[in-house]
Design a protein around this ligand. Structure first.
Ligand code: PLP
Length: 429
């Protein structure tokens, strides 16, 4: 078979998968080791047809896939790899650019800059921020905190008790201490308890992982400015919501941040991985990361984006984001985000109106935290039962010591009927 025929078969596989993804059990119903046991322990001596890869994908791997593209995937933060993004991934792999220097792929570097500028405009961010793409928010936060350490020599990272664990991991890697500030009754950092002694940076979160709480960024920014401390805003999930003006209340104060991370692979319909890092102080990122060995020295008087983060080799990630932005436009992004928020509002109303159930945290975007009015064990059993049924997949958190269910809407294929089916399954469980 030729590349063209195999390619057509792969594309047909992808199209069929997306048409039928709602029919699979959302959470993989396999036991640890099941997939491995069905695969040969040694690699083939001679090449095999690509058709065999597709066959094994269907027969062996698919049962071991948890379907993040399912319209009833409601766990963690639900995501979507949109069709324009999927196709652009194919093209990026075809080009296989390794853009560590501008000259190693000028279009990749320049499109990345342009796409970050476009996204900044769509999200209503201040003009002139420097943007580049990292793989994940974890890496973006490492880059931001390394720049902060470089900028002011502080030794402590300050964040709320609800900040994502990637902050702890970044601090661990950089040899920084973490100081956790308690949260208030709505799970936001208590700014009156902010202690900036020896701080390199504060990480404020817009849209925490547990509940999508929004830290009081204006007051935190004020304190950081007074103390000369770097402000990094983690809006990995909720930042995409700023494409809708009615959700920009959550952007207050972000214009004063030194750096900001938004994951396009979370709620901007871009396939994993694509984490957008902007900074008002790119020269500090450069000071933290620029390192030019002889073999990378050139006479090109242009920026290389590998000078702004830990990795040298850089994939052509902007192609998929550009493709999504072009094919959806502002309007298409807004309508998808608004629909997710509408469905979350609807689900929240059903929970509120149902005796024996309660909403467990304020809902700001498309995540509903809720629980059955009963013991933690009872709630945990509900989650286990619905996840095992394959009908939907949802995850949990712990708030004020209590086990809480989380229903996160974010897949672009989720319809009202999917949310209704989820609610029925939960009530029955
Ligand atoms: C608020 C927040 N920050 C950071 C992360 C880490 O993201 P990544 O998996 O891209 O490192 C997450 C993941 O869900 C998150 O919710």
């Amino acid at each position: 078979m030729s590349f063209r025929d195999d390619g057509a078969a792969a594309l047909e596989w992808a199209a069929r998968y997306l048409e039928h993804v709602g029919e699979y059990p959302v959470l993989a119903q396999v036991q640890p080791g099941d997939v491995l046991a069905r695969l040969p322990a040694s690699p083939p001596e001679h090449g095999e047809p690509f058709a065999d890869v597709l066959r094994d994908l269907d027969e062996i791997l698919l049962p071991g896939i948890t379907h993040w593209q399912s319209p009833r995937f409601f766990a963690y933060f639900a995501v979507s790899a949109s069709e324009p993004g999927i196709l652009a991934e194919l093209l990026a792999a075809t080009l296989n650019s390794v853009a560590f220097l501008w000259r190693t792929s000028p279009a990749s570097t320049e499109l990345e800059t342009l796409t970050l500028d476009w996204t900044a405009q769509l999200l209503g961010l201040p003009e002139g921020w420097h943007g580049h793409i990292e793989d994940t928010a974890s890496t973006s936060t490492i880059a931001a905190l390394a720049a902060a350490r470089e900028a002011n020599g502080g030794t402590v990272v300050v964040c709320s008790e609800h900040a994502h664990s990637s902050v702890d991991k970044a601090a661990k890697l950089l040899g920084l201490e973490v100081r956790k500030i308690p949260a208030d009754e709505e799970f936001r950092l208590r700014v009156n308890e902010l202690d900036l002694a020896d701080a390199a940076a504060v990480v404020a979160t817009v849209g925490t992982t547990s509940t999508t709480a929004v830290d009081p960024v204006p007051a935190i920014a004020e304190a950081c400015a007074d103390a000369g401390v770097w402000l990094h805003v983690d809006a990995a999930y909720a930042g995409s919501a700023w494409v809708c003006p009615e959700l920009r209340w959550s952007q207050a104060g972000v214009e004063r941040a030194d750096s900001l991370v938004v994951n396009a692979h979370k709620w901007l319909f871009t396939p994993m991985d694509c984490s957008l890092l902007w900074s008002r102080r790119p020269e500090d990122l450069r000071r933290a990361f620029s390192l030019v060995p002889e073999y990378l020295r050139t006479s090109d008087e242009v920026d290389s984006l590998s000078d702004y983060g830990p990795a040298l080799g850089r994939r052509f990630r902007s192609l998929k984001l550009w493709s999504v932005l072009r094919c959806y436009g502002r309007e298409g992004l807004q309508s998808r985000i608004r629909e997710a928020v509408r469905l979350a509002e609807l689900f929240e109303r059903w929970v509120r109106d149902e005796p024996g159930w309660e909403v467990a945290a304020p809902r700001h975007f498309s995540l509903v935290c809720f629980r059955r009015d009963g013991s933690d064990d009872e709630n945990e059993r509900i989650v286990e039962r619905v996840n095992r049924s394959g009908e939907l997949f949802l995850s949990h958190t712990r708030l004020n010591g209590r086990y809480v269910l989380r229903l996160a809407i974010g897949n672009e294929r989720t319809r009202e009927d999917d949310v209704r089916r989820a609610w029925e399954a939960l009530r029955q469980a």
